[in-house]
Structure formats: structure tokens, C-alpha cells
Design a protein around this ligand. Sequence first.
Ligand code: SF4
Length: 220
Amino acid sequence: MTEKQKTASNIISILKKTYPQADCTLTYESAWQLLVAAILSAQCTDARVNLITPSLFARFPTSESTAKADPEDISDLIRSCGLYRSKTRSIVGSAKMIQEQYKGTVPDKLEALTQLPGVGRKIANLILGDYHHIPALVVDTHCARISRRIGLTRKEDPAGIEKDLEKVIARDDWIAYGHLMVLHGRACCTARKPQCDLCPIADLCRYGKNHQDVRERPQA
Ligand code: SF4
């Protein structure tokens, strides 16, 4: 095991104890519904998405019903989560493609998922990991920022970060790592002002080692 792999493993083990509830915070009952919720979550909070999806899924619960929907009806139901016109195009476009090319089943391959309109690696990896339970790293803004601060990557692009993380994080922890990063990014390692003094992984973090105040930081 390399030093970076040991560091990653220790960080994950501490964060699993800190955030035992780490899991996807979107509400869904099928791969299709997770895909839709993930598309809606762009520049919108998961909490707001979860307010919108019950009425959307009551009317259009499947890719089949969504493929036949009038896009205006979808837009009306998702308007409050922002970017609703492009999100409508992505949702209806994905529904049609899944019906026409995959017999109504959401694919379980990254290459196929990323062909769907509005679906990039982040959403594709979320579907693979959270629905299909296939190890996959979701690199969102929290994961990218914290992974750079910790020192597990120096890359800026999500695909490059994903590749670096694949080398240092055990496959079994890929799914959990994404969720842990989201919770840690919201609670402690925020974009504007990381709270290194209070952070349980400060001793293992490149940025934290230079910024923590040891007198105030509780023991991990
Ligand atoms: S020590 Fe600071 S920069 Fe590092 S993970 Fe914790 S809050 Fe973020």
C-alpha cells in the first residue's frame, strides 16, 4: 500500500464514523427516478428536488410515460428547481432514448449512460453506484474540492480527479467516498471557509496541516 492509499483509507475510516448516515439524499424508487432526480439536482439542492419529484413521479413514474409526455407538462412540474427548460429536454430526451435503444431499462454501463442527454460522468456514476451497486466514484464539486485539499489529486477536471482517486481509494469504498465528501463538504470543509480547526481528518489533510489551530481542534 502506498502512503497515499494509507492516507485515503484512514480518512475514509474516520469519516465513516463521523457520518454514519452517509448515503444518497435524493428520493427515488427506480433507476429511472434516480436518473431524473439527479438531472434535476444540477444547481439545485437535493431537498428542493425531493419536494418536486413526488408530484412529477405521480404523473410520470417511468421512462415510458415520460417519453410520451408533453414537455410543457414536465416543465410545469419542475419549474421551481431552475434551468427547467434544459432539464425538461434532458429528461424527455433520455426517456425516449431509453425506450428506443434500451427497451425501457436504464443502462448499467458508463459509456451507455453518458450517451443520454444531460447525463455526464457524475450522474452516470451515481446510477452505477447507488442503484446498480457497481463501484463508481461520483466526483461532484465537494468531492473535487476536498480531494484536492486533502492531497489525493492536483487535477481540476472531474474525469482526471476520478482517475487519480481510483488509484488511491479501495474499490469497495468508491461509492461511500462520494457520499462522505458531500456530507463533509456541507458540514466542515466548505468552499469558502474550511473549518480545519474542527475537522476530524486535519492531521491527514495537506491543507489542514498548514491551517489548523491544534489548541481548538478536538481529538478524532
Ligand atoms: S483539514 Fe480543512 S481542508 Fe482538510 S478536509 Fe478538513 S476542513 Fe477540509
